[in-house]
Design a protein around this ligand. Structure first.
Ligand code: ZN
Length: 85
């Protein structure tokens, strides 16, 4: 029996848990993508889950959800033209 080991709230595995200090922005991103349950925000998780979250966070930062909207949508421009004529 180990005093340092307890049940990880994320993967439910017995492991050494530690509090993780993600930035507010990182937490918001992870929660928005459903990678981190809101109830786990601020919770201590195991190394494995922490590594997973860091990995997915890097992926999300590479491909942001909110893409810059094109200044002109061809379909909309076409529809407007058609209406005007
Ligand atoms: Zn875990």
């Amino acid at each position: 029996m180990s005093l340092n080991s307890s049940k990880c709230p994320k993967c439910e595995g017995e492991s050494k848990l530690r509090p993780r200090d993600f930035s507010d922005q990182a937490i918001a991103t992870l929660v928005a993508h459903g990678d981190l349950d809101k109830k786990l925000v601020g919770a201590s998780i195991c190394d494995e889950c922490y590594d997973d979250l860091r990995d997915v966070l890097i992926e999300h930062q590479r491909a942001p959800v909110t893409k810059p909207a094109p200044s002109q949508n061809p379909a909309v421009a076409f529809a407007k033209q058609k209406k005007a004529s």
